[in-house]
Ligand binder design. Structure first.
Ligand SMILES: [Fe+2]
Length: 287
């Protein structure tokens, strides 16, 4: 029933700080009724919503549904005894959300493995043409109850488990055929937002984005590397509130035949190991 991630929303202490950070990352921003909304260039769809509050906290996550399945979701929630609440202040009502296709990306021709697709073309002259984020791909949250959360999101909302690390220390969830993961959990002492990830058109776009962040005085972050689970190229930057934002490219695509595994692997196939702060949940616990 869920087809993907629509947007995520955070409470943050300073919208001006958030605005500068998200613009350096490559998103476009606009003020909307006292909130800050961020969009991927060339796509008129909210991907991030930021509300001003004393401390940084996850506010909500919005998913997209297959057309005509809202009633089925409501029935499934009802069967599970999960109350349906009104949208929290600052959120947009579900019927006010629309899904627009990601900005088209040009074909990236590669000369890799046994395949030579690019002849007579200088890649370095093309690599800088389109480096902006195209779409929000996934977000991972901290939770003290990864098993219960996974059961809820799979049995009630219809997501699937793609893979886990270390028996559920990290859980990756899919919305059917497509990206290896659109959502997931990291076991922690309390709930929190870990990271959100945006697809860019190429590995060059990741490297160029990381250079742009460094040139603007931002923390160098973590990357470039290739992940194990999901296989995507990645680079992460710490956001101003102790969580992370990621560019990704070349993520595994799964089909209905995908078989989930439980793996004992580090997060990176190659590249520098993650900073010690990578899995720190700095979000204040809710009272
Ligand atoms: Fe990620």
């Amino acid at each position: 029933m869920i087809t993907g991630l629509h947007h995520y929303a955070l409470e943050v202490p300073d919208l001006a700080v958030a605005d500068g950070f998200l613009q350096d990352f490559g998103l476009e921003t606009k003020e909307q009724a006292g909130t800050l909304v961020a969009l991927c260039p060339g796509r008129d769809q909210e991907q991030v919503r930021l509300l001003e509050a004393p401390a940084k906290r996850l506010h909500h996550v919005a998913f997209t549904l297959a057309p005509g399945t809202l009633d089925a979701i409501r029935e499934s929630l009802d069967r599970a005894g999960t109350p349906v609440i009104d949208p929290p202040p600052g959120a947009v009502a579900p019927d006010g959300l629309w899904l627009r296709p990601a900005r088209p990306a040009a074909e990236v021709l590669a000369n890799v493995g046994g395949t030579h697709q690019r002849t007579g073309i200088a890649q370095w002259q093309l690599a800088t043409l389109d480096v902006a984020p195209r779409r929000l791909g996934h977000t991972l949250l901290f939770t003290p109850q990864p098993r219960e959360m996974t059961t809820f999101y799979t049995n009630v909302l219809g997501l699937g488990v793609s893979d886990t690390i270390a028996g559920g220390a990290v859980t990756f969830l899919n919305a059917g055929p497509g990206d290896h993961h659109v959502f997931g959990f990291i076991a922690s002492t309390h709930p929190g937002f870990h990271h959100a990830s945006f697809e860019v058109p190429s590995i060059d776009a990741i490297g160029l984005g990381a250079d742009r962040m460094r040139s603007r005085g931002r923390d160098p972050g973590w990357g470039l590397g290739r992940h194990t689970i999901g296989s995507n190229f990645f680079h992460y930057n710490p956001d101003p509130w102790g969580s992370w934002i990621e560019w990704f490219s070349d993520i595994d695509q799964i089909d209905d035949c995908w078989v989930a595994g439980d793996w004992d692997v580090p997060p990176h196939l190659w590249g520098a190991p993650p900073p010690e702060t990578f899995l720190a949940n700095l979000e204040p616990p809710r009272p």
